[in-house]
Ligand binder design. Structure first.
Ligand code: TYM
Length: 344
């Protein structure tokens, strides 16, 4: 059985892009894969996070992932900081990766913005940590949205260079799984920008916690153009906002753009938006309700993460220990300090 790994940052409430681009595909993969899903709090602090909010959002995101249909008993759901093997392997990977490779990462350029000198060093080496996340488990399949493709190519470059430098065949190649009509969900306010939990405008995204009225209003206000919907996908060319709404509809209804346009082509956006809002509400309302139910017992959510981290560490520790041995680190078991060295 192939091993799946994927992660999501607790840097805000998950939005529809996270759900359609990633989490929904995670749910499907559970049937025939051994899966690890990680709330990546180490990645989140590459940009400033209020500490109390980070802790709360980590728990809320875990609850939301379970509410979406991830089974933490059959599979493993955990918080990244709970498994130190990630940071240990990331350090080795920082020393394998080349600065030239990191300089090509488009997400760093986007996130750092104009003032790159002021970005954290963590944001710069973010992709090494992401490679470590996957490779610490020898995971081979990684379901993500389209925006993570370059990071996974980077992870494969690191795996290859590690194997080459140390003369081994230790890290396997990883296969990105980027699937479906919603691998790149765009902002509701601007069809050229991706939907993101960090966009300052809440109107730009559907949050998994939004109530029915909020979802209906955001879809009604979503930017469109004055033309009716085309009859065929080719007619979406040059109409990014229309293409985005059709893609969202297709993903939610488990069809493709052609299927959506067979039903809605030729109609104006008014009726289409109403149908889309109804579809979103019927899918997302039960997820929001289940998330709230789970969060009524925060201790139970924390226990799931703690148990997940222990099970994840059981897989990652021997793999990372072997990577450390290959690098040449002494394998000395840590012993209790002699009593004469213990400070009183
Ligand atoms: P993050 O937290 O930004 O997003 C989590 C997942 O959601 C996908 N996604 C989208 N898909 C479609 N349309 C969108 N608008 C959209 N926005 C986000 C992302 O592609 C991602 O799959 N670096 C990762 C987290 C990570 C990770 C990993 C992923 C850390 N380690 C190891 C896979 C394997 C990130 O920031 O995702």
């Amino acid at each position: 059985m192939q091993r799946v790994f994927s992660g999501i940052q607790p840097s805000g409430i998950p939005q529809l892009g996270n759900y359609l681009g990633a989490i929904r595909n995670w749910v499907a993969l559970q049937a025939d894969h051994e899966c690890l899903f990680c709330v990546v709090d180490l990645h989140a602090i590459t940009v400033w996070q209020d500490p109390a909010q980070l802790a709360r959002q980590t728990r809320e995101l875990a609850a939301s992932i379970i509410a979406c249909g991830i089974d933490p008993r059959k599979h493993i759901l955990f918080h990244q900081s709970g498994v130190p093997a990630h940071a240990r392997l990331a350090w080795i990977f920082n020393c394998v990766a080349r600065i030239g490779w990191l300089n090509r990462m488009t997400q760093f350029k986007d996130k750092a913005g104009k003032d790159r000198e002021a970005a954290s060093a963590g944001l710069y080496v973010y992709p090494s940590l992401m490679a470590a996340d996957v490779l610490a488990y020898h995971a081979t399949r990684v379901p993500v949205g389209d925006d993570q493709k370059q990071h996974l190519e980077f992870a494969n470059d690191i795996a290859q260079k590690f194997n080459h430098d140390y003369g081994v065949d230790f890290f396997p190649p990883i296969q990105p799984l980027i699937q479906g009509p919603a691998a790149r969900v765009m902002s509701l306010r601007d069809g050229a920008r991706k939907m993101s939990k960090s966009d300052p405008s809440d109107q730009s995204r559907i949050n998994l916690a939004d109530d029915a009225d909020t979802i209906a209003l955001k879809i009604r206000r979503a930017k469109t153009d004055p033309q009716p919907l085309p009859d065929e996908p080719a007619g979406l060319e040059g109409r990014p906002e229309a293409r985005n709404l059709v893609g969202i509809y297709a993903a939610m209804a488990d069809t493709d753009a052609a299927g959506v346009l067979r039903e809605h082509g030729g109609r104006g956006f008014g009726a289409f938006k109403e149908a889309l809002a109804a579809l979103l509400i019927s899918h997302l309302a039960p997820i929001a309700a289940e998330t709230r139910r789970l969060l009524a017992d925060p201790g139970a959510v924390d226990a799931i993460l703690g148990e997940g981290a222990a099970r994840a560490a059981e897989i990652a520790d021997p793999i990372v220990r072997e990577a450390e041995r290959l690098v040449g680190f002494l394998q000395i078991p840590s012993a209790a300090a002699p009593s004469s060295h213990v400070r009183s």
